[in-house]
Design a protein around this ligand. Structure first.
Ligand code: GLA
Length: 758
């Protein structure tokens, strides 16, 4: 099996198979009619797997007929229908002209292509231009003979990344209108009892504002469990990710299945454990608050799910996702480019700023090696607090004398780029926009809508609303040279009703809203192809792979406390590449937690993200300015490696309570940057032992400390003490690296591990 024949179909046996470099996915036709699931996991040889169809359905054709419900309830299906005997979670439910929801999908045929389809209006992974053969696609048609509903399941195998990407297209080939009441994007039936008692456990990420990305692993009890969002967007309460992990899972060993959803709205990522030892995983748009009218000839597209399997631990899963997202999802001119180091004025000034203040920050920032000033919330309308002006996207000349043109010009003269904040999907009740178009806000006619942060949500499902937003942003972005937009979104969707939809179609609002957001961001990127877009939602409350299709980076959390960031970024790094994690150095005591962490450590932790500053640089000491100069130089030295390399986590403070350690190794394994954070000091613990992962076992490496971190306050770092050792990759993995513990908490040290040519 090579990547050129990674999809094979045995028509005689009715077996359809996909392979990636290390995984295999197999489906089979069951009872001559239904598409069954046969296997997903570690790569297996190309054996005849038709015996598995019999195993998952141990019933004779006569008995199936007599006891169809038993057959339905005990068979592993690929995309289960509704109301015909399967009591588990269905993947699709469609109401027909009779009012019935019986949805009976029969296998019809397949197609193979050596490419990857885009999905109209939705984010989707794509084949890379440099290696188009890396992905092939299998399309399987299923049809309900009674309603004419045609369902096409798409499976794309990304060979090198060990990813199967799935999405679903639903076409009404019948004569009558159909109403879709659920269209999930993926269902996977697994045989859990095959694991010799090592039951799989569920891994998810939960959080709240300023505490995003907390990993949780739990036992899967019988029944349905999982994570979801019903607030109209993805959520800081749960990542749209579902993992199944073996009991012995670590970074380097154990099994993991990971499914991530490329969508930014309501989702459900569920697992259902059945008494017969089966697990059904289902991922898709949450069926709550969803319905979609499909007229004859119309098509509905369900968003993409990406799935990976690793039999060598969580680290491999992370690297599979990182490579997929960097190579096959993130687009635009910054896809493979270093981002400018920015300074954002939010924590420096909040709403209290003017042109002079911003220019003073920019001037000092420029002197320290920072490359872009980002003007955050408060520059427009009459906004001096969160109570007004969202939607009034014209500059407040009282604050910004000379307008954006002057600020932009002066920044340009200084050699600084200029970035700006918007919250385009929102409107303040106290705004010109709301007074002119009250019906543009999402609200039920005649009922007072719930406010959040004293604002309402604009109905971007409507084209005229989107046109207005786009035109307002266009005007601002062409009024001076703007290189970057921070696109924020600071509340849930509630009081669901769209004045643009007939009453019977209100169930379409939430999905149309998400499509509207995508449309707006796409229009922006088309109009300004060099714009660097950073998505944000009260920190990481809309941090999902769908948004990564539009912005190469997302603000990870409003919690900029470096100590908190250790945990938050560990969670985020497990799914997303370092190149997309918004991370800034901020002032201490930290505004969210009041904690004090050394400036140097704050820099080291932000370095493993996009890197920037969020503080009033004019108020810092000369010593701190010097540290910023060193940090910005360090960014330029190591960002190519951090952005493009392979990530290895070697110790987790979350798990051990004392220290954190991770490294990024170049693809050719010639260089690694290792970050060690001695988070909590502990008496009688002079050193920590780290098994260095990711190096080439046969290569000789020099290990060198690259910063001036000392063991204690009276120690000095000299050129001699910087040179730690020379050893082969195998030695550093097995005998390990010994890192001296530091005096005090929150101390960090960086090591460069570079190949020595023998
Ligand atoms: C949100 C963002 C912050 C900041 C404020 C401005 O909370 O997450 O970074 O932009 O809005 O109001």
């Amino acid at each position: 099996m090579t990547k050129q024949n990674s999809i094979r179909v045995d028509e005689q046996q009715g077996i359809l198979r996909l392979d990636t470099a290390n995984t295999t996915y197999v489906m089979g036709i069951s009872n001559g009619l239904y598409l069954g699931h046969l296997y997903y996991g570690a790569k297996i040889p190309a054996d005849d797997l038709s015996y598995r169809t019999a195993l998952t359905t141990p019933m004779s054709p006569e008995n199936i007929k007599k006891d169809f419900c038993v057959y339905m309830d005990s068979t592993d299906f690929e995309y289960p229908g509704w109301g015909i005997g399967d009591s588990r979670e269905g993947a699709i439910k469609v109401r027909d002209a009779l009012g019935s929801t019986r949805t009976n999908l029969i296998y019809k045929g397949y197609r193979i292509s050596s490419s990857k389809a885009l999905i109209p209006g939705l984010p989707a992974t794509f084949a890379s231009e440099s290696d188009p053969e890396d992905v092939s696609t299998l399309e399987v048609d299923l049809q309900d003979p009674d309603t004419g509903l045609l369902v096409t399941l798409f499976y794309s195998a990304f060979w090198a990344e060990d990813i199967i990407a799935r999405h679903v297209e639903v076409r009404n080939e019948g004569k009558n209108e159909l109403v879709l009441e659920r269209v999930l994007s993926a269902s996977v039936d697994m045989r859990e009892t095959d694991r010799q008692g090592k039951d799989l456990r569920l891994m998810t990420f939960y959080g709240i504002w300023a505490r995003e990305f907390t990993k949780e692993i739990r036992e899967i009890g019988h029944g349905r469990t999982g994570v979801s969002s019903i607030i109209g967007k993805t959520n800081n309460r749960a990542q749209p990710f579902l993992g199944l992990v073996s009991q012995d899972i670590t970074q380097v060993s154990g099994e993991v299945y990971g499914l991530n959803f490329l969508y930014s709205g309501n989702f459900a990522s569920m697992v259902e454990k059945n008494p017969n030892g089966g697990l059904r995983v289902s991922v898709g748009i949450h069926p709550e608050e969803f319905s979609w009218h499909l007229a004859p000839g119309e098509v509905f597209y369900a968003p993409e799910v990406v799935m990976t399997y690793s039999c060598c631990g969580l680290g491999k899963m992370s690297r599979n996702f990182h490579d997929l997202y960097r190579k096959h999802l993130i687009r635009g001119s910054y896809k493979d480019r270093k981002r400018p180091i920015l300074i954002n004025n939010w924590e420096a000034t909040y709403f209290d700023f003017d042109t002079e203040k911003l220019l003073a920050i920019a001037k000092k920032a420029k002197e320290c090696g920072i490359e872009m000033l980002v003007m955050d919330d408060g520059w427009f309308g009459k906004r001096n607090d969160p109570d007004s002006s969202l939607g009034d996207w014209w500059v407040n000349e009282e604050k910004l004398t000379g307008g954006l043109a002057r600020l932009g010009r002066e920044l340009e003269d200084m050699g600084m780029k200029f970035g700006i904040w918007f919250e385009p999907e929102m409107v303040s009740p106290d705004s010109e926009l709301y007074r002119t178009h009250p019906d543009w806000a999402i609200a039920v006619p005649g009922r007072e809508p719930s406010r959040s942060r004293n604002q309402l949500v604009l109905d971007v499902s409507r084209e005229e609303v989107r046109d207005h937003i786009f035109n307002s942003m266009y005007k601002v972005l062409t009024s001076t040279k703007i290189s970057y937009v921070k696109w924020d979104m600071n509340r849930h969707l509630t009081d669901l009703y769209s004045a643009g939809l007939p009453d019977c179609r209100q169930g379409e609002l939430l999905h149309r809203f998400v499509l509207g957001v995508y449309d707006l961001q796409q229009r922006l990127l088309t109009a300004f192809p060099d714009l660097l877009l950073e998505n944000c939602s009260s920190g990481g409350a809309r941090f999902d792979p769908g948004m990564l299709y539009f912005s190469p980076q997302i603000w990870t959390s409003d919690d900029t406390d470096a100590y908190e960031r250790i945990r938050i970024q560990e969670g985020a790094q497990m799914l997303y590449p370092l190149s997309c994690l918004g991370a800034h150095v901020s002032v201490c005591p930290n505004h969210v937690t009041g904690r004090v962490v050394p400036f140097k450590t704050r820099g080291h932790i932000a370095l493993s993200g996009t890197f920037g500053y969020e503080l009033d640089i004019t108020k810092l000491s000369e010593e701190e300015h010097e540290m910023i100069r060193q940090q910005t130089a360090m960014y330029h030295k190591y960002n190519d490696l951090i952005r493009t390399g392979d990530f290895y986590r070697m110790a987790s403070f979350r798990e051990n309570g004392f220290f954190d350690c991770y490294g990024v190794v170049s693809k050719d394994k010639s260089e690694m940057l290792l970050t060690f954070i001695h988070v909590m000091n502990q008496p009688c613990m002079p050193t920590r032992w780290i098994s260095i992962q990711g190096l080439d076992p046969d290569k000789l490496y020099a290990v060198e400390q690259v910063d001036d971190s000392t063991i204690g306050p009276s120690e000095q770092v000299t050129d001699a003490t910087r040179k730690v050792c020379q050893a082969h990759g195998a030695t550093l993995a097995h005998a390990g690296l010994i890192v001296p513990c530091r005096y005090g908490d929150f101390q960090s040290v960086l090591y460069r591990i570079s190949e020595v040519k023998e």
